[in-house]
Design a protein around this ligand. Structure first.
Ligand SMILES: N=c1c2ncn([C@@H]3O[C@H](COP(=O)(O)OP(=O)(O)OP(=O)(O)O)[C@@H](O)[C@H]3O)c2ncn1[C@@H]1O[C@H](COP(=O)(O)O)[C@@H](O)[C@H]1O
Length: 94
């Protein structure tokens, strides 16, 4: 899981740097709504996750959970944070 997150975060950082035209990630960094777009996505997906949990729909829980993690990593990158900032916070709670 760690490796998957690290690889995904590296791709997100690359998209922020290179801004390819066909990249959804790049479109979040250049969106006319600014960071509000990613914040709105996080809100919508959290609602969808709650509904999936209420329905006991495990497939949908995994799908929405992955959407939330991806958009959370985009948000970290937008704020010029690192994955290690999140990791450090989790470690401090152990
Ligand atoms: N992990 C993701 C990822 N998760 C979600 N998404 C996109 O986030 C959007 C979610 O928004 P919505 O909920 O409105 O989408 P939707 O069409 O309603 O679909 P659902 O996901 O809700 O079913 C969709 O367009 C998804 O494609 C992602 N887009 C990209 N990635 C990763 O980022 C990498 C780079 O992608 P590009 O930037 O597109 O090159 C990819 O290789 C992936 O690894």
């Amino acid at each position: 899981m760690d490796e998957t997150l690290e690889e995904l975060f590296a791709v997100i950082e690359d998209r922020k740097e290179t801004l390819p035209e066909d990249s959804y990630t790049a479109s979040l960094f250049t969106h006319e709504k600014g960071e509000n777009e990613v914040l709105e996505k996080l809100g919508e997906e959290t609602t969808e996750l709650v509904l999936a949990a209420k329905d006991d729909d495990r497939e949908e829980i995994a799908h929405e959970g992955a959407d939330i993690i991806y958009h959370l990593l985009v948000l970290l990158s937008m704020k010029d944070m690192e994955l290690s900032d999140l990791e450090a916070e989790l470690e401090a709670r152990r």
